[in-house]
Design a protein around this ligand. Structure first.
Ligand code: GRF
Length: 202
C-alpha cells in the first residue's frame, strides 16, 4: 500500500518510517513519495538516501507568483493524487495548515503526528508550551498522539497516544529527546495499524 509522507524539517520521524519499512515493520506499507514545503528540509536528504522520490512545493514560490494558499493546497493535492493516489498520507513534522478542500480529498487516509495528548496543546510549539507549564508546576506529564486529520488543527480522532512523564530537573532538551524517542516508535506502529484497517476510519 502506498504511503506519501509530508515533511517540513529534519525528518527524524520520516527516518523512523523508512527504517521501519526496511525492517518489514510497516506491513504492506511502502513509502513512494516524500513531499516538503521547504526546499532545504533535511528530510529530503533522508528520502534521497533511501532512493525515495521527493517533491518540493513552497509557499514562497506561490506568493512570488502572485498565487494563493488555496492554489498551493489545490495543486499539491492534485499532484499527490495524480502521481500516487496514496492509500495513506502521513504528516510527519509538516508545518503548513492544510485547507479543508485538501483534507476533504484525503479524508480518512490522512494522519498527523503531534507531540501532545488529545485536546491539549493544539498547534505549534506544543513541546515548548508543555515544558513551560511543567516548570510552572501546572503539568506533570505530556504525551504524543497520532490522529486522523480534519480541518480543525490537531483535533481529529486519535489513533494512538502515549503519555510521557516530565521529570524533575528536566531541561527542555531532555523533554524533547524523550518525546522524539516516543514519536519514532509510535508513528510506524500507527501507520501499520491504519493500513491494516484496524484503525477506525475518520
Ligand atoms: C515532531 O516533534 C513532530 O511531532 C512535530 O514536528 C517535529 C518534526 O520532527 N510536528 P522531524 O522533522 O520528524 O524530525
Amino acid at each position: 500500500k502506498k504511503i506519501v509522507v509530508l515533511i517540513s524539517g529534519s525528518g527524524s520521524n520520516l527516518q523512523a518510517l523508512i527504517d521501519a519499512e526496511q525492517k518489514g515493520e510497516l506491513g504492506c506499507g511502502k513509502i513512494t513519495l516524500v513531499v516538503s514545503n521547504k526546499k532545504n528540509a533535511y528530510g529530503l536528504t533522508r528520502a534521497s538516501n533511501a532512493s525515495i522520490p521527493t517533491f518540493v512545493q513552497t509557499l514562497k514560490q506561490y506568493k512570488d507568483a502572485g498565487k494563493t494558499r488555496e492554489d498551493f493546497d489545490r495543486d499539491l493535492a492534485q499532484h499527490i493524487e495524480r502521481t500516487e493516489a496514496p492509500d495513506l498520507l502521513v504528516l510527519a513534522g509538516w508545518m503548513h495548515i492544510l485547507s479543508p478542500a485538501f483534507i476533504d480529498m484525503f479524508r480518512g487516509r490522512i494522519i498527523n503526528l503531534h507531540p501532545a495528548l488529545p485536546g491539549e496543546l493544539d498547534g505549534a510549539h506544543a513541546i515548548d508550551r508543555a515544558y513551560e507549564e511543567f516548570k510552572e508546576g501546572k503539568r506533570l506529564s505530556t504525551g504524543v498522539m497520532v490522529h486522523y486529520v480534519i480541518p480543525e488543527v490537531d483535533k481529529g480522532k486519535p489513533i494512538m497516544t502515549q503519555v510521557i512523564p516530565c521529570v524533575e530537573g528536566d531541561t527542555l532538551e531532555d523533554l524533547e529527546n524523550r518525546i522524539h524517542a516516543v514519536e519514532h516508535q509510535i508513528l510506524p506502529r500507527a501507520v501499520k495499524q491504519v493500513l491494516a484497517g484496524s484503525g477506525q476510519t475518520q
